[in-house]
Design a protein around this ligand. Structure first.
Ligand SMILES: [Zn+2]
Length: 285
């Protein structure tokens, strides 16, 4: 089977108010998350782009930008000429994955049909997660996929709903086994920590026990529990705009079982993994 390398490209960070999105469990809790585009490179030199970073952010996410993270600069530095890219994979249409998709003038875009249909008519609180201006004009070049799809020898798209209805993960064959790119099905490595559900239920109990008044995050026991859940050690199950947490959890466990190498959507640890699998050194999953 053909082998590939995956390069996580940092294109900015978000300073996020998680509390504004997961009320009332983490009101006031802020965390910084990197936003990646990914470059998949084949042994024959083929380059495939995954997702398109952001130009817009809703009020809950404060973008942190620096010239070195500008998308055209990042692509150039990594030897990518946007005009030469023929294939772009869109994991889902959230605004931090679509900002620069239109740079790739000669590309076809591979996306789940379900994702497009949902994004056309987003409902209620998930609507601010989309920026249709980024991609509306590109729809004629969308290749609509229904379910799992082998896009190349060694690369497969896997429908993994939950975060959005049509999120797709990507299975990539590497020299060190099968890498699974989770996208926002799992933000952080810690999202796979087995202990998380118990931590979450403990917090729920604390919150409901004090439900007569708003949760005071300055209370040490609440702050401590929130930190355990959302810190790099435990965080990642929950993110904004998860339309179906239960379904997302099932998708996450399915992908985890398939993976020799785990590539989450927004983990700061990926910043130092310039090339996967070469720089991948995590034990187990
Ligand atoms: Zn997302």
């Amino acid at each position: 089977m053909k082998e590939y390398k995956i390069k996580p490209l940092v294109t900015g960070w978000f300073h996020m108010n998680w509390g504004g999105l997961i009320f009332p469990f983490a009101e006031g809790y802020h965390a910084d998350l990197p936003v990646f585009m990914f470059l998949i490179e084949g042994e024959d030199g083929e380059q495939i782009i995954v997702d398109g970073s952001y130009t817009y952010a809703p009020f809950t996410m404060k973008p942190i930008k620096s010239p070195e993270w500008e998308v055209p600069t990042v692509l150039k530095k990594n030897g990518v000429n946007p005009d030469s890219i023929k294939t772009v994979i869109i994991t889902h249409l959230h605004h931090d994955h679509t900002g620069y998709l239109s740079l790739f003038k000669n590309a076809s875009y591979y996306i789940q049909e379900k994702e497009l249909l949902e994004a056309y008519y987003p409902v209620g609180p998930v609507a601010p997660g989309y920026e249709p201006k980024d991609w509306m004009d590109l729809v004629p070049r969308f290749q609509l996929i229904n379910g799992d799809f082998k896009i190349r020898d060694g690369i497969k798209l896997i429908h993994a709903p939950g975060h959005t209805a049509g999120l797709q993960a990507i299975s990539v064959n590497t020299a060190k086994g099968r890498a699974i790119m989770f996208s926002d099905c799992c933000y952080l490595y810690a999202g796979l920590a087995k202990r998380f559900p118990m931590q979450f239920f403990e917090l729920m109990n604390k919150v409901t026990a004090s439900a007569k008044e708003p949760v005071d995050t300055s209370r040490p026991e609440v702050a401590e529990t929130i930190n355990k859940i959302f810190s790099s050690k435990y965080g990642g199950y929950f993110g904004p705009s998860i339309i179906n947490p239960g379904e997302n959890m099932r998708s996450m466990h399915k992908l985890n079982m398939m993976a020799d190498i785990v590539v989450p959507g927004h983990d700061p640890m990926l910043v130092d993994m310039k090339v996967i699998p070469d720089d991948y050194h995590l034990e187990g999953k």
